[in-house]
Design a protein. Structure first.
Length: 527
């Protein structure tokens, strides 16, 4: 059998397994029904068992050590190898890990916090933390947002220990190290970059946060020292508190977020009507309360899940998720199935973030949201400050998560609750609550659903800044044009996973990932 025939067989099998997993996972997220959670677990187990085949793994290893003329064939083999390494375990162990993970995800999908003896959604809690001046209610709402942490902690730690155990069986020091290697990420480069970014942004972030804290202390009638996590707009302080000078939600009253999103992409020559029709965009009971995009078959069936309300938050989320969606849709369909995907998680996050930033773009607000130019001009400096705040807050939050997760896998039996608040205070400059002996950290779904993934958000932001600056200098200063759309389609979307992610960035922008573009854009800003 030729290498081409071998790879074609693998692609056909992977396609079938991928579609089954994607479809059952979508149904589980949109219905919350246990039947679909069980089917999702089985679909994931089927995929893992296929990739655990030792004879197939040995065949892939053998082929990787032979002379291969076609670079695409080598890339396919590398992708197949990465999928197989993590699954070289007995079937019962693979099944146990999948079942544990699926059970936890089901809890997240269906859980509703209790506040004052009433069930509340994440949107309800977000609304309180953004708008309420009732300090007692804010504190109760914040604690309610963490209730799920206690509910999942024990099983989550069991899953983490199991992940570590299996990684060590495969020759890695822990699951964290294995995940970085299999994601083609240099762990020391990534954490060196993050530490460097933290040092460069420490003073600017301190000054910026002190300004925000002063505003909050004045709003709530308390001192700076009395500020606690529930005084911020987001339970994890990953979103900037709303500015008293910038209230964007009223601009969305009566607006159709689907139409706004479609018009944005249409201006760049991208049609999302087919994907909108297949998406699930509004909240209801038992449905997953978060937002995500999924490529069901890598042949155009791309869907987005949101829980939209008429708000700036959900408008930005729609732009973000459909940024993922257009990337998926416009990948070259002639590529083999295994390469018909983004070059890396961080590259699809970069595109999603690029569009998510547009919700704070004055041109977008005028052209698509219909805000009068005079009002846009008035808001522009406030919007720029808001975006800078958001970028620095987001960057520090991602570092907090990434630093903690590395320690979590290094030793899941240490005092994680105290460690969490130590890192939060050191990186985010947030005063911990008096009661720290509680698994507040475990309330974040990513520890369960997408482990060792969060670093890709910050790598994505760095890539976004690099891409944005290249477009402004070399393509067009007006982002919403067919020329920019064509550049993204041709240089970023179409190649799929043909190249290593950093090679792809270099081909598109002329240089490998360079964090200084983000630093220049959001850190070294003179006001």
């Amino acid at each position: 059998m030729s290498i081409e025939q071998f790879l074609q067989e693998q692609n056909e099998k992977m396609k079938s397994l991928h579609i089954n997993r994607a479809e059952t996972s979508w149904m589980a997220a949109t219905t919350g029904e246990d039947e679909w959670n069980k089917k999702t677990a089985q679909a994931q187990t089927d995929m893992n068992v296929y990739f655990s085949n030792k004879e197939l793994f040995e065949k892939v290893q053998q082929l990787l050590h032979t002379e291969i003329d076609h670079s695409l064939n080598m890339r396919e083999l590398e992708s197949l190898y990465a999928n197989m390494v993590r699954n070289q375990l007995p079937e019962e162990e693979l099944k146990e890990m999948v079942n544990l993970s699926t059970e936890l995800v089901s809890v997240f999908n269906t859980f509703r916090a209790t506040l004052d003896e009433k069930e509340v959604s994440e949107n309800d809690i977000r609304e309180i933390l953004i708008k309420s001046n009732d300090l007692n209610l804010r504190e109760r709402a914040w604690h309610a947002s963490k209730q799920i942490g206690k509910k999942v902690e024990e099983k989550l730690l069991t899953l983490i220990r199991k992940r570590n155990e299996t990684a060590r069986q495969l020759g890695y020091e822990d699951y964290h190290q294995m995940s970085f290697e299999l994601q083609e990420l240099d762990r020391e480069f990534v954490f060196h970059t993050f530490r460097e970014l933290k040092e460069l942004s420490d003073e600017p972030f301190y000054q910026l946060k002190r300004e925000m804290d002063t505003e909050l202390a004045e709003r709530f009638g308390i001192t700076l020292e009395e500020l606690r996590p529930w005084h911020y707009a987001d339970p994890f302080f990953q979103e900037a508190p709303p500015s008293k000078e910038l209230e964007l939600d009223p601009f969305y009253r009566g607006k159709n977020l689907e139409e706004l999103t479609a018009a944005t992409f249409s201006s760049m020559g991208m049609d999302i009507s087919d994907m909108l029709a297949k998406s699930d965009l509004y909240p209801r009971a038992k449905k997953n309360q978060h937002a995500f995009c999924t490529d069901i078959n890598r042949e155009g069936d791309v869907r987005v899940l949101c829980n939209n309300t008429e708000s700036d938050y959900w408008s930005a989320t729609m732009l973000h998720e459909f940024g993922h969606a257009v990337y998926f849709k416009y990948i070259d369909q002639s590529l083999p199935f295994s390469l018909r995907r983004p070059a890396h998680t961080l590259t699809t996050e970069a595109i999603a973030m690029l569009y998510g930033r547009m919700a704070k773009d004055p041109t977008w607000m005028n052209r698509f949201l219909g805000v009068e130019q005079e009002k846009v001009n008035e808001l522009k400096p406030v919007i720029e400050l808001s975006l800078r705040r958001q970028m620095l807050i987001s960057a520090r939050w991602i570092m907090t998560f990434a630093f903690f997760e590395r320690e979590l896998y290094r030793n899941p039996d240490q005092d994680l609750n105290t460690l969490w608040w130590k890192i939060v205070k050191d990186v985010q400059f947030v005063n911990p609550p008096e009661e720290q002996n509680y698994p507040h950290w475990a309330a974040k779904i990513h520890f369960t659903l997408v482990p060792v993934y969060y670093q890709n958000y910050l790598l994505g932001e760095l890539t976004t800044s690099q891409l944005q600056r290249y477009i402004e200098k070399n393509v067009s200063t007006d982002f919403f044009t067919p020329e920019v759309g064509e550049f993204l389609l041709t240089e970023f979307f179409k190649p799929g996973a043909r190249d290593h992610w950093n090679t792809k960035i270099e081909k598109a922008t002329g240089e490998k990932l360079n964090p200084l573009h983000f630093v220049d854009q959001f850190v070294n800003v003179t006001r």
